[in-house]
Ligand binder design. Structure first.
Ligand SMILES: Cc1ncc(COP(=O)(O)O)c(C=O)c1O
Length: 401
C-alpha cells in the first residue's frame, strides 16, 4: 500500500483493502497477485538456511510455515478486520482445530454457545474432553446462563452470531465482558455475517474466525479458513501448532480466496438485498411455520442482530408446516436453487441441516439449539431476485400441497 510521503502507511477503508490489501509484487510487476506455487525455498548458503530457519533473518523456509501468496491473503484479511495478526489455513475446520487445540491443556474449561455449526459443536463435545478439557454449552441468548457459566474460570469462549443454522444471535459485547472477567478469550465465528456485515473486534472479540470457503471464495471453488487475533498469542501459541501439525493452506487455494475477496463487498451487499426481498416474499406463505432472517423485525433476536450487524446477510432459515416431508418436498421442488450444504456461493443453495450440516449431533443436541426436522437453511446467491422469488414460491406451493 502506498505511503502518504510521511513514512506512515495510509489507512484504507474496507473496499480498498479488499482489492489492494497485502499485495506484494514480484520483480515482474504483475497486476494480479502472483501465485507462488512452491513447497520449498532455496538458500544462498548453509549459513543463510540456518539463520532463516532460526528467524534471525527474514525469508521463507517451507510452505507449511508460510508462503508469499498465503502471506498476501493473511495481510489482506488482517487489514480488513483491523487485527494484529492473521493466519490462513486449509479449511475452516483446520483453523478452528488450531485455535481450539493449541492454547488448551488438561484441566482447562471452554464454554460454547449451544448453536454452533455441527463440526464446531462436535469438537467441543467430543474431542476436547478426550484431552481432559471441560466443555459446557450455554443458550447463546440467555445472559443469566452466560453469567453462571462464566462465574468460574475459563480459557476460551466460542460463539457464532448469526449461528448456523437458525441464525440465532449472541450479544457479543456482553459475552466478551463476561468472558474477560472469567479470564477467557472470546472467539467469534463470523462466517455467516462475513466481514462486510459484522466486525466482532469492535464488539470486544479476542479472536475472529472464518470459514473462507463461504462468502470469501464466493464461487464454491476451494476450502479455506482463517483466524485473526493478538500477535503475541499467534506467534507464541498458534504458529508452533501450525508448523508442527500442518493445517497449512495451499498457495493455490489462498490465491483463489485473494481474488474472491476483491468482489466480496459487492457480492454480499447484493446477496443481502436479494435475501431481504426473498424473506419478505416467503414469510407470509401458508407452507411456512416460521421464517428467520436477521434483518427482519420478527426474528426473535432482531434487537441484538440490528445492533451488531450492518444488514441481515445472505442466509435465511425456514421451518415448514408438515415437518421433514414438507421440508424435503420444498427442496426437491426447487429448480433454480440447488440442494447443497455449502453457503455464501454466487449460486443460491438450500439444505436440510438436521440430516446434513448438523447430522453428527444427537437429536438431543439438535433440540438444544431448537433444530428440528422442519428447518431448511437457504443461502441466497447472485441470481435475479424475481427469478429466485418465482422458484421459491413455486416450491412452497408444492410443499404445502
Ligand atoms: C459457521 C461455520 N463455521 C465453520 C465452518 C467450517 O468451515 P469449512 O467447511 O471451511 O471447514 C462452517 C462450514 O459450513 C460454518 O458454516
Amino acid at each position: 500500500m502506498s505511503a502518504d510521503g510521511s513514512g506512515t502507511p495510509k489507512q484504507y477503508r474496507k473496499a480498498t483493502n479488499l482489492v489492494h490489501g497485502g499485495t506484494e509484487r514480484t520483480e515482474w510487476q504483475e497486476t494480479s497477485e502472483a501465485l507462488i506455487l512452491t513447497s520449498g525455498y532455496v538458500y544462498d548458503s548453509a549459513e543463510q538456511a540456518e539463520a532463516r530457519m532460526a528467524g534471525d533473518i527474514p525469508g521463507y523456509v517451507y510452505s507449511r510455515y508460510n508462503n508469499p501468496t498465503v502471506a498476501m491473503l493473511e495481510e489482506r484479511l488482517r487489514l480488513l478486520e483491523g487485527a494484529e495478526s492473521c493466519r490462513a489455513m486449509a479449511s475452516g475446520m483446520g483453523a478452528m482445530n488450531a485455535i481450539l487445540t493449541a492454547p488448551l491443556q488438561k484441566g482447562d474449561r471452554v464454554v460454547g454457545a449451544s448453536a454452533l455449526f455441527g463440526s464446531c459443536r462436535w469438537l467441543l463435545a467430543n474431542q476436547l474432553p478426550k484431552y481432559g478439557v471441560e466443555t459446557e454449552f450455554v443458550d447463546g441468548m440467555d445472559l443469566e446462563a452466560w453469567e453462571k457459566a462464566l462465574s468460574r474460570p475459563a480459557k476460551l469462549v466460542l460463539v457464532e452470531s448469526p449461528a448456523n443454522p437458525l441464525l440465532d444471535a449472541v450479544d457479543i459485547r456482553v459475552v466478551a465482558e463476561l468472558a474477560h472477567k472469567a479470564g477467557a478469550q472470546l472467539i467469534v465465528d463470523n462466517a455467516f455475517a462475513s466481514p462486510i456485515m459484522q466486525s466482532p473486534f469492535e464488539l470486544g472479540a479476542d479472536w475472529v474466525f472464518y470459514s473462507a470457503t463461504k462468502h470469501m471464495d464466493g464461487g464454491g471453488r476451494v476450502l479455506a479458513g482463517a483466524i485473526l487475533g493478538p500477535k503475541k498469542d499467534m506467534e507464541e501459541i498458534i504458529d508452533p501448532f501450525i508448523r508442527h501439525s500442518g493445517p497449512s493452506i495451499s498457495p493455490f487455494n489462498a490465491w483463489v480466496i485473494l481474488k474472491g475477496l476483491e468482489s466480496l463487498e459487492v457480492r454480499v451487499e447484493r446477496q443481502t438485498q436479494t435475501a431481504e426481498t426473498l424473506a419478505d416474499a416467503m414469510a407470509a406463505h401458508p407452507a411456512i411455520r416460521e421464517l428467520r432472517y436477521p434483518g427482519r423485525k420478527d426474528h426473535p433476536h432482531y434487537d441484538v442482530h440490528s445492533r451488531q450487524m450492518k444488514g441481515g446477510g445472505s442466509l435465511i432459515a425456514l421451518s415448514l408446516e408438515g415437518g421433514k416431508p414438507a421440508a424435503f418436498r420444498f427442496l426437491n421442488e426447487l429448480n433454480l436453487v440447488s440442494i447443497s450444504n455449502n453457503l455464501g456461493d454466487a449460486k443460491s443453495l438450500a439444505c436440510h441441516p438436521a440430516t446434513t450440516t448438523h447430522r453428527a449431533l444427537s437429536p438431543e443436541e439438535r433440540a438444544s439449539m431448537g433444530l428440528d426436522d422442519s428447518w431448511v437453511r437457504f443461502s441466497v446467491g447472485l441470481e435475479d431476485a424475481d427469478d429466485l422469488t418465482d422458484d421459491v414460491l413455486n416450491a412452497l406451493d408444492k410443499a404445502a400441497g
